[in-house]
Design a protein around this ligand. Structure first.
Ligand code: IVH
Length: 704
């Protein structure tokens, strides 16, 4: 790359020539990286080129080129990897933040399984490693591929990189024919510090914390770079298996250790909650001297038969939980309070802070939740922080736990400037000027502008294209913002995305001729959009951005309705029936149900949804997680008392086997499972000619 001249000494001519050269080099590197999957330069070299380009542009803004690499819509490095579909989904864990939440976890499990508090229930407890999860597939004892978690269903193929990690065995003599090992790639603290020191010396990129460094190293397109970065691996679980490893969690971990994996030495068997909490205290004490970052302790039911009975919610197992350590905190000055308008119109106050390092991460923004929080009150009007309010200019205590948005925990009244004034929360939307109102019982003030509020419209579009929704390559938050305000080629509703290419073709100034765009980037964008015309149902439901309907709920709804037609016909049918059907879905409550019904009843919303759907080929919810069974596709109703499993377990079992569980008997019911003391439902079922079975027959039916 040659010796770089100090920018201050460059003449305009020289700067122009260098910008021309940089544009060419970066375009060539992009091409090699994205199209040919054969990077010619390292990430660090690439970053240096981009940085140099940005610096010259900053000094000579007039010289910025039409094809400037700084304006190009670049794909992130991860997009250079192939995709691997996980044979068994990679899930996440739900969290507990205090001992009571751990006790509730135990109580929930006991209730679900019908185990009384006098019967022992054994768990394992082990550190929660703060790294990147990685699934390793071995066939016939040989490492076949390695995949990151990705969205849980599909991850990135990082096999070549995984092979450079010494703690990942390439061969596993004596392993089951098929074995998928799940664990965490992490970087030891001393390795991290050495890496950063080396990078600082050579002017390379440094990382904020070991987890980022591990993630960065694992996602290198050049495995030689991964090899040069010291990574470690702890195995703590498994995915697909040709035969069980053992019949307990602990036994399976011991088997993985015997096969040659590093497993965490602080993994223990604990009899009951108090033993879990004692081991938590022990691990917390050892945390500073472990030599690697951990962010909590994971508890798992030890008996695998019980794990199997407990099964999964849509994204987390019922049989495990992560007990997180208390958050890291730091004090800094609150420089300003900004109001952001979210996609549901919520006015959210954001603290702009004097940047501060909180547990390895530089924090300059934090959420202030809502107006009551700033005033020092909780949602019921009770004082928090002893009623101290928060003002611009105050010293505030910032805390962050895991990946969540940093928060403000406290304020120091002793350091408050004498001229400070209480913060006044706006009563109108700062974006569109519409009144911002607070419904009784709601802690949030909302803009009433709906889709006429540009902030709401833009936020909804950003949500629409986000990673777990439509995830359109080259159309991220920044581009949405630009297209929204574009008068020639606007995107103002989801359907506009799918008419973009046709509208562009009819435009005088084609997208490819605009600043920041070129022939290739425009073509890539249209291709990326086309690729998403075919899309799974749960992504569409999530992408609609309906209030209270998150990713988990979208998945539940998709699984319940199976097809867009089923979903839509329920929501556009009689309201009472829709309400009954929705609230009968495990995990859908009346508030979410009402929100869905309202969205489909709103003319503008409905128009936008219909316009969108006309461009899509929505794939029916796959029955991938559903075992094929005698009850797949049938509608079941339970009545009376079951003696050998709880109602919750029976319902979850039926759903896992692909059946629908309804609350009342109708002509659509296929089977009524009548437990002890069944009454009117059984009578009605018989009258309708519905098949009625007892608990024994039910257990036989599901092979229990
Ligand atoms: S078990 C089905 N055990 O934490 C549950 N996860 O927040 C599988 N993690 O995605 C996870 N240490 O990347 C498990 N000892 C441990 C872990 C662990 C770290 C990570 C893992 C997971 C995330 C969930």
């Amino acid at each position: 790359m040659g010796q770089e001249r100090p920018i201050a000494t460059l003449t305009e001519d020289e700067a122009a020539r260098e910008l021309e050269r940089l544009a060419r080099q970066i375009a060539q590197a992009d091409q090699a990286y994205h199209q040919q999957d054969a990077p010619e330069i390292s990430d660090a070299e690439y970053d240096a080129l981009k940085r140099r380009n940005a610096e010259i542009e900053a000094r000579f803004p007039a010289l910025k080129r039409a094809d400037s690499p700084s304006a190009r819509i670049g794909a992130s490095p991860a997009e250079g990897f192939g995709k691997i579909r996980h044979a068994v989904r990679m899930l996440s864990l739900s969290n507990a933040f205090d001992p009571d939440e751990v006790r509730e976890f135990d109580a929930r499990i006991r209730k679900y399984l019908g185990i009384g508090s006098d019967t022992a229930l054994t768990y394992t407890a082990e550190p929660k490693i703060d790294g990147v999860s990685l699934s390793l597939r071995y066939e016939g004892g040989a490492l076949i591929h390695a995949a990151t978690r990705g969205d849980g269903e599909t991850g990135e193929d990082v096999t070549a990189n995984a092979r450079t990690i010494a703690q990942i065995p390439q061969r596993l003599p004596g392993a089951p024919d098929l074995l998928e090992v799940r664990g965490e790639v992490y970087m030891r603290l001393e390795d991290f510090q050495a890496l950063n020191a080396r990078a600082a010396e050579t002017g390379g990129r440094t990382f904020a914390n070991p987890r980022n460094a591990a993630a960065g190293a694992l996602r290198q397109l050049d495995p030689e770079i991964t090899r040069a970065r010291p990574l470690s691996y702890f195995a703590y679980g498994w995915g697909a298996l040709s035969e069980p490893l053992a019949d307990t969690q602990m036994g399976s971990i011991e088997r993985l250790a015997a096969l040659g994996f590093c497993t965490n030495p602080l993994t223990r068997i604990c009899d009951g909650v108090e033993a879990l909490l004692a081991h938590y205290a022990e691990i917390e004490m050892q945390r500073p001297s472990l030599g690697y970052d951990i962010d909590g302790v994971v508890y798992k039911v030890n008996d695998l038969a019980l794990q199997h009975r407990l099964g999964f919610r849509s994204t987390t197992p019922r049989w495990a939980i992560a007990h997180k350590f208390a958050a890291e905190t730091a004090w800094t000055r609150l420089e300003a309070i900004d109001i952001q308008v979210g996609r549901t119109g919520a006015l959210s106050p954001v603290a702009r802070l004097k940047p501060i390092n909180v547990g390895g991460v530089l924090v300059s923004n934090a959420t202030l939740h809502n107006e009551d929080y700033i005033l020092g009150r909780d949602s019921r009007g009770e004082p928090i922080r002893d009623g101290r309010d928060i003002r611009v200019g105050d010293w505030v205590q910032v805390y962050r736990a895991g990946d969540v948005i940093p928060k403000i925990a406290d304020v120091d009244p002793a350091r408050r400037p004498s001229d400070s004034v209480p913060y006044v929360f706006p009563q109108t939307c700062p974006q569109c000027g519409s009144p911002a109102v607070r419904e009784p019982g709601d802690s949030v003030r909302r803009c009433t502008g709906g889709l006429i509020c540009p902030a709401q419209a833009v936020e909804r579009l950003k949500h629409f294209v986000s990673r777990n929704a439509f995830d359109i390559e080259g159309l991220g938050a920044k581009q949405i913002e630009a297209f929204y305000h574009d008068d020639q080629l606007p995107i103002r509703s989801p359907a506009d995305i799918f008419t973009l290419q046709a509208r562009d073709a009819a435009n005088l100034t084609r997208l490819r001729n605009r600043p920041g765009w070129g022939e290739t980037s425009a073509r890539n964008l249209f291709r990326a959009i086309d690729e998403r015309r075919q899309i799974p149902l749960h992504r569409v439901i999530f992408a609609l951005g309906i209030r209270h309907v998150g990713e988990t709920a979208a998945t539940l709804l998709a699984q319940h309705f199976g097809s867009w037609e089923g979903f839509e016909s329920c929501l556009t049918g009689p309201e009472t029936e829709a309400m009954a059907e929705l609230t009968n879905i495990n995990g859908v409550g009346p508030v979410m149900a009402q929100s869905l019904i309202d969205a489909f009843a709103n003319e503008a919303e409905r128009g936008a949804i219909d316009a969108l759907v006309a461009h899509l080929d929505i794939q029916d919810a796959e029955a991938v997680h559903v075992e094929n069974s005698a009850i797949t596709g049938l509608t079941l109703v339970f009545t009376g008392t079951l003696t050998r499993m709880t109602r919750a377990e029976a319902k979850a079992r039926a759903e896992a086997l692909g059946a629908r569980v309804a609350g009342s008997v109708s002509a659509k019911t296929d089977i009524l499972v009548a437990g002890e003391g069944a009454g009117s439902k059984a009578t009605k079922a018989e009258a309708l000619g519905v098949r009625v079975i007892d608990e024994d027959a039910w257990l036989t039916l599901i092979g229990a």
